[in-house]
Design a binder for this molecule. Structure first.
Ligand SMILES: Cc1ncc(COP(=O)(O)O)c(C=O)c1O
Length: 398
């Protein structure tokens, strides 16, 4: 058989999806699987987004401009203006999800063999996208004990070498729920300027911050016009994961020109997805308020429940809709598999993502799991009870 690529071999399996066969087998045995493993919200997409697709009445679904429909780019620029971030037309491009924006950014700023520094635990697909582009992820470890705060600038600076091109931050963080302050971002800026590095900020969870905190965009940090690149998406913001629409934003014209060439090679972002996204921009002003209240309510149910289980540590997330919990088990992946294949409580079990896959450093996070609070309160309460009993039975098994 002809050989496969090294990259194909190196790509990690998704930590979010790898337990799916065990979940399918549990369902086939008639067990309800409460799925907290994946960031697929159950919250409805804004009505105008669905209506916009229904209204579509053209005889042909065409490609659009490679940078996206002009009206949608304008709509997104207006959204940013609402955040007091002014952008020119060429500073924002529509992509096929935030995922493609990350790929374009990596492609535009780094060559094979180059390095990007990323706080871990990290959004696992950064590793996959880095491998696709031939880049090395250099992790800087953050810790559960301080709520996965940004590691010190000295620690990050010590990792900068001749091949470092960018520092990648996910703010608010998936999987950690951490939120970086303006002061931390300013420290990152000073480092980026000293070392002439890009800061690639993934802000797809920007709207989901709790307890009165405010999100600071990297685009709102002075002095970074040539260094800041933002990844954005409608997937989580408007519960529109399936329309596959995101954005790449930068005031650095050369970055956007290079990214546009990648965009031209893939021709067009999804046309109907752009129409749905245009509709979403018409959502009522209170859409976010309602959604935010719901997520905060769910976060508290989940985290309070987890903290009531002996031996669990779980920092209360400040943003996004994930929580990382440390369990009193030596190997959370083994436990997760056991929960799906050998355990049920009142006909149900829980599926979560082992957090080890969100670290780039081998061996870290073995006792940790990531839970997505994307289900309604009563389901989360049930999930906590199933987990409580699961941990007891797991500790007592022969
Ligand atoms: C941190 C982060 N960035 C980017 C993405 C990609 O989202 P999409 O491609 O759906 O816009 C996700 C999806 O889960 C994510 O969690």
């Amino acid at each position: 058989m002809p050989q496969l690529s090294h990259r194909g071999h190196r790509l990690p399996e998704s930590p979010i999806r790898k337990l799916v066969p065990y979940a399918e087998a549990a369902v086939a045995r008639g067990i309800e699987v409460i799925k907290l493993n994946i960031g697929q919200p159950d919250i409805q997409s804004p009505k105008p987004s669905i209506e916009a697709v229904r209204r579509f009445d053209e005889p042909l679904v065409e490609y659009t401009h490679s940078a996206g429909l002009a009206e949608l780019r304008k709509g997104f620029r207006d959204y940013y203006l609402g955040l007091r971030i002014e952008l020119k037309e060429h500073e924002l491009m529509v992509t096929s999800g935030g995922s493609e924006a990350i790929q374009f950014a990596f492609g535009a700023i780094a060559d094979p063999g180059d390095e990007v520094i990323v706080p871990e635990p990290l959004y696992a697909n950064y590793i996959s996208f880095a491998i696709q582009a031939g880049l090395e992820v250099v992790p800087v470890t953050s810790h559960l004990s301080n709520g996965f705060a940004l590691p010190s600038i000295e620690t990050i600076e010590a990792l900068v070498g001749p091949k470092t091109r960018a520092i990648v931050v996910c703010n608010p963080g998936n999987p950690t729920g951490s939120l970086y302050s303006r002061q931390e971002l300013e420290q990152l800026r000073d480092l980026a300027l000293r070392k002439d590095l890009f800061i690639l900020a993934d802000e797809v969870y920007r709207e989901f911050v709790y307890d009165g905190a405010r999100h600071t965009s990297i685009l709102d940090i002075e002095g970074l016009d040539q260094h800041a690149i933002v990844v954005d998406s409608v997937s989580k913001r408007y519960s529109l994961c399936g329309v596959r629409i995101g954005m790449l934003v930068s005031r650095n014209a050369a970055v956007m020109q290079a990214a546009l060439k990648f965009a031209q090679a893939r021709l067009s972002p999804p046309s109907l997805g752009q129409i749905a996204s245009l509709g979403a921009l018409e959502a009522d002003a209170d859409y976010f308020t309602q959604v935010l209240n719901e997520y905060r309510h769910r976060r508290d149910i989940l985290v309070d429940g987890l903290l009531s289980i002996p031996g669990i540590r779980c920092p209360r997330p400040k943003g996004a809709f994930y929580a990382v919990a440390e369990l009193p088990v030596p190997d959370a992946e083994d436990f997760a598999r056991w929960m799906l294949s050998e355990f049920e409580y009142d006909g149900a079990t829980v599926m979560f993502a082992p957090n080890q896959g969100f670290y780039s450093t081998p061996g870290l996070g073995k006792s940790e799991i990531r839970l997505a609070y994307v289900l309604e309160g009563p389901k989360l309460k049930q999930a906590v009870e199933v987990l409580r009993h699961g941990l007891q039975s797991y500790a007592q098994r022969g």
